[in-house]
Design a protein around this ligand. Structure first.
Ligand code: FES
Length: 135
């Protein structure tokens, strides 16, 4: 492989990566219904079954709630509000990206990339056979 072919292969690989990243960010976010029972947000487990994560939009919160099932079988429920300056986060794959200044969080709310320094607000989660309870 000569220098030109090498550079072309690098450019091709970078292009594929950019396209894949773009497609991942464009994947439709699954918004699911919920009900409020007292202080709890209640969603049906079946609504989460077909998605790696879902977003819930309860009234009265400053941002939507991200809900996903972790590898250990527990659930992670996070407020989609950046801890840097409060912008609403966007799920991108299994990460949460801030469109304002570039902070990135993982699916448990931990900071992966600054400028944010604090983890996201985490909700407690319980579940039974039918429902997931977020509070
Ligand atoms: S508000 Fe999210 S990085 Fe600044």
């Amino acid at each position: 492989m000569d220098r030109k072919e090498f550079l072309e292969s690098i450019a091709m690989a970078a292009g594929v990566g950019i396209v894949l990243s773009f497609l991942q960010s464009c994947k439709a976010v699954a918004y699911i219904p919920h009900v409020i029972e007292g202080e709890k947000i209640v969603v049906k487990k079946s609504d989460l079954a077909e998605h790696p994560y879902v977003v819930i939009q309860p009234a009265g919160l400053p941002a939507p709630v991200y809900l996903c099932r972790l590898e250990n079988g527990e659930y992670s429920a996070l407020l989609l509000q950046c801890t840097h300056r409060g912008c609403e986060l966007r799920p991108v794959g299994r990460e949460l990206h801030c469109p304002c200044h570039g902070s990135v969080f993982d699916k448990t709310g931990e900071v992966l990339e600054s400028p944010a320094e604090l983890p996201l607000r985490r909700f407690s989660v319980l579940s039974d056979d039918q429902n997931i309870y977020i509070f």
